[in-house]
Ligand binder design. Structure first.
Ligand SMILES: Cc1ncc(COP(=O)(O)O)c(C=O)c1O
Length: 391
């Protein structure tokens, strides 16, 4: 779908989407136009500076529209990881000795390490919500089970970047709030796949990164108005007053903003429901095909999921599988993808991940299936020249 709008699609098969997508042409063009024009820092009050202010405001409005909130709740930053550390350090005082923070087995380390480290620094405890060991569904009850009177924060993903599992975030937020704790949602993997509605969910904070959804490298933290009012991130004397700019700390990478605006607009205009329908057909084809290849283990069968599939091939290390696919110009990721909690839970060191986006095709899925079939054929040679079934 819309392949012609992605100039980075060069004929190679790109199933590396959970690590980053191709830019939509409108985002690439918008960045080029901005950066080829006279530029200036923000808030100067003359035309090139006004253009910078407009680029930031345009991106804030488009991101707010995409995620169902007000532009005044959208904080920009260099990466989700950096923004999560910023939030965790800013709320440190809200956590005392003996308090609890809940993380999950489905989360990327960027939504685990900052909270674990915060807990350690405050003599607080981390409790972990576990998914179903077979389906890898993270139920609302599994989160509720680890809540207590001492829970202060819950860090949960809107979709696993490894198994594709999609927890019911809205219901989780409701249960957590009923216990008086706060919820931080990692929407980095979910954003190019599902409609996300920050205000309706009522989450306290949510993170996303535009490079996963057809834009440039640049990320955002959505903060509920109550937290925006309450929290005071460390900032410079003489700097901006309360509000998003107090969190943004200095001159941002302004060049990214026309691209973020264009990418967010592309997603809103295309519609996540339409995108989801295309992805779901591709996913069904991939899962059915993998099921027929002997020696392939697919991890998880979550009822709600993205088009991201985690698997291993018997007798072949994940790196070897990825190398064999690379020989055929099929690009996938292998390793732990920072889904370290999930790897530990599954008892594996790593796996192969094929992540599909709406710009992929059935033909590309078939190329992947053919390549895996060839790899698992008895007597086949691995990319490294080792007989299949080696390392
Ligand atoms: C689910 C998820 N969360 C967080 C991150 C970290 O995002 P960033 O690279 O913007 O720090 C990633 C990156 O792959 C991710 O997939």
């Amino acid at each position: 779908m819309n392949r012609e709008r992605f100039p980075g699609l060069d004929g190679t098969v790109r199933f590396d989407a959970p690590a980053g997508s191709q830019l939509v042409v409108s985002a690439a063009d918008a960045i080029a136009t901005y950066i080829r024009s006279p530029v200036a820092n923000a808030h100067g009050g003359f035309p090139p500076s006004d253009r910078t202010d407009a680029a930031v405001a345009g991106a804030r409005a488009a991101v707010a529209n995409l995620f169902g909130t007000d532009p005044a709740n959208v904080v920009f930053g260099p990466s989700m990881t950096a923004l999560t550390y910023l939030l965790a350090s800013t709320v440190a005082d809200s956590v005392g000795a003996g308090d609890e923070i809940v993380c999950t087995r489905l989360d990327h380390e960027a939504n685990v390490s900052p909270w674990r480290q915060l807990a350690e620094s405050r003599s607080a405890h981390v409790r972990i919500a576990e998914p179903d060991p077979v389906t890898l569904e993270l139920s609302v009850e599994s989160v509720e089970r680890v809540l207590s009177e001492r829970t202060r924060w819950v860090a949960v993903t809107a979709a696993s970047n490894a198994s594709g599992s999609v927890p019911d975030v809205s219901a989780i937020v409701e249960r957590v709030h009923a216990r008086g704790a706060r919820v931080v949602v990692d929407a980095v993997h979910a954003a190019p796949h599902l409609p996300l509605d920050f205000d309706t969910w009522g989450a306290d904070a949510m993170f996303a990164s535009a490079y996963k959804w057809f834009g440039p490298h640049g990320s955002m933290m959505l903060l509920a108005p109550e937290l925006m009012q309450e929290l005071r991130p460390r900032h410079l004397r003489g700097g901006p007053g309360p509000g998003v700019e107090q969190w943004e700390r200095g001159a941002l990478s302004f060049e990214q903003f026309p691209g973020i605006e264009a990418a967010a607009t592309y997603l809103s205009e295309t519609g996540l429901d339409r995108i989801g329908a295309v992805e779901s057909e591709l996913l069904d084809r991939l899962l059915a095909g993998l099921d027929e290849i002997p020696g392939v283990t697919v991890y998880g069968k979550p009822p709600r999921r993205t088009s991201t599939v985690l698997f291993n091939v018997e007798g072949h290390a994940p790196a070897e599988v990825a190398a064999a696919l690379r020989e055929r110009e099929i690009y996938v990721w292998h390793g732990h993808f920072y889904a370290i909690e999930l790897m530990d839970f599954l008892g594996i060191d790593g796996a192969v991940r094929a992540g599909l986006l709406h710009y992929n095709t059935a033909d590309e899925v078939d190329r992947l299936l053919e390549a895996l079939t060839a790899l698992t054929r008895p007597g086949s040679l691995s990319a490294a020249g080792q007989p299949g079934g080696g390392s």
